[in-house]
Write a protein that binds this ligand. Structure first.
Ligand SMILES: C[S@@+](CC[C@H](N)C(=O)[O-])C[C@H]1O[C@@H](n2cnc3c(N)ncnc32)[C@H](O)[C@@H]1O
Length: 238
């Protein structure tokens, strides 16, 4: 196999490992239509996997047509929160990354129903997108109910790893906020240790109280039904 040309300054690398699900049950016809017709219009050009020849730097100003603030949601699931934020902040550009196609399809339904025009989607691993963004280009990042990977031997699969935080530190502007919601107490401890060793500081806030512009995600509803307690943490990029 021939090796793909690297993005400027990037060493050729094999596609990175993603441990989650990319596909669930078959899409309904209306969802399949959205994935076929709407997704290509909202997909971020260049945001391809490592090793893919289509991979190229991503310019948010070109995506949104101006230099508006840009916020990213990592692993948006069915997109309840992303759609809510995009409707609330029409002057902000939203990037959403989600490899699970059924989630992407559900989110596209919300984008269409609400006529949201300030959204671009990466239907893949957020890391492949973040490293293609210009330095200091993100002013807020949401990581909501990341996969908990509870087994000790799977801890290094958690999104809040030193490597992934380093990617975020580079792409986030100084002072930009990273919001984490989780229902797993051990993930809170894990996150606090991980950010302490990176370029973030924890912001003083009551972790039991959601942010004022919060909306419940599908995963949060499930966590509450099952008796788990959410924690809402904010970190600032130094
Ligand atoms: C537990 S679900 C939570 C979904 C949603 N945030 C919610 O609160 O309902 C975690 C999501 O993160 C996504 N995910 C996992 N690793 C990811 C990665 N590297 N980049 C983007 N999304 C990822 C999964 O596909 C999954 O949809």
């Amino acid at each position: 196999m021939t090796e793909a040309p690297p993005v400027a300054g990037e060493r050729p690398q094999p596609a990175r490992k993603f441990y989650g699900r990319r596909h669930g049950k078959a899409l309904r016809p209306a969802q399949a239509r959205l994935v076929e017709d709407l997704l290509p219009r909202l997909a971020i050009p260049g945001a391809a996997r490592q090793g893919d020849p289509a991979r190229a730097p991503v310019d948010p100003a070109a995506l949104f047509g101006d230099d508006r603030p840009v916020w990213l949601e990592i692993g948006f699931g069915a997109g309840e929160h992303l759609a809510h934020q995009a409707a609330l902040h029409p002057g902000t550009g939203f990037l959403g990354a989600e490899p699970f196609v059924n989630g992407v399809a559900a989110f596209l339904g919300k984008v269409e129903a609400r006529g949201l025009a300030n959204i671009r989607i990466h239907p893949g691993d957020a890391r492949d997108l973040v490293e293609l963004l210009p330095p200091a280009s993100l002013s807020r990042v949401f990581l909501l109910y990341p996969d908990p990977w509870p087994k000790t031997r799977h801890r290094d699969r958690r999104f809040m790893s030193p490597e992934n935080l380093a990617l975020l530190v580079r792409a986030m502007a100084p002072g930009a906020e990273l919001r984490l919601a989780t229902d797993i107490p051990d993930y809170v401890a894990h996150a606090l240790a991980a950010v302490a060793a990176s370029g973030f500081r924890r912001e003083e806030r009551d972790p039991a109280t959601p942010w004022p512009d919060w909306t419940r995600t599908r995963y949060e509803a499930k966590a509450l039904r099952e008796g788990r307690t959410p924690a809402y943490l904010s970190f600032r990029r130094a």
